[in-house]
Design a protein around this ligand. Sequence first.
Ligand code: FAD
Length: 281
Amino acid sequence: MKISDILVEKTPHLSFEVFPPKKDDEFTNAQNVLHQLSELQPDFISVTYGAGGGTSEHTVNIAADLRKKYDVTVLTHLTCVSSTREHVAKMVQKYKENGIENILALRGDIPEGGAPHSDYHYAAELVRDICIGGACYPEGHVEAANKTEDILHLKEKVEAGCEFLTTQMFFDNNIMYNFLYRIREKGITVPVIAGIMPVTNVNQIERITSMSGTYLPERFKAIVDRFGDNPAAMKQAGIAYATDQIIDLYANNITNVHVYSMNKPDVAFKIQNNLSDILGK
Ligand code: FAD
């Protein structure tokens, strides 16, 4: 099913994310993750694309399994900045051969020392080649001079053909509401999926804070201070915080929420369970 058709429905939606294993022998574990996530019958599952494309075969295989073995709607990611046009065309062909209708077109992070190819510079160029969704940043992308400029580039990406957008994670919903107001004002009207990251351990927070620009509200910091050294309590509090954010989004009519479930089906299960009556599942 095309995700753009799901997103225009008025009912609340919930989707999850998996990432491909880095080594071949981790594939069996990935299969368990796929099985457990598909049991939750999410609206779709996204499969990330390793930076630089080194694990692209795994992305294809996982997406194909989700589609064929588990009958799940899939969104496969594809980055372009470290690829040639030829490689990108080959990947799109493989996705099509495996019945995958939805692609999230990304530039990818520029590797240290610069990108090895110069076929693509921005995601908009990839969007022009294929039909799909794109990424957006409620707090502004780290390389953008300011939010206004970032939104102007986002508009170019949407005009190039993006049918929907998925946000970077955020921990304060007001940032999302403000972003939506600003992009709608600039004429960006495609559906926007809110990306929510359940933070379940302290290491994750260290990674997030090293990604400049992600604002951590005081309420969130208090949870980390109080429960950070108690893994079980931190996990429970992180799931509750993410659930709270999702309920607030649904209540404010943002019906499309994507959970960065990070190959943790138990976290996905608990969040979905917390929302069972809201989702009717
Ligand atoms: P772009 O839309 O190209 O934007 C990148 C920067 O360029 C922005 O600052 C923008 O303002 C600026 N810009 C755009 N057009 C122009 C222009 N014409 N002139 C000047 N500046 C311009 N990475 C992975 O490696 N694999 C994944 O699977 C993956 N999944 C992701 C999923 C989501 C939902 C998100 C939010 C990010 C994901 N990323 C992934 C990370 C992403 O690749 C990086 O954030 C990357 O740095 C930007 O990619 P983009 O597609 O948003 O780039």
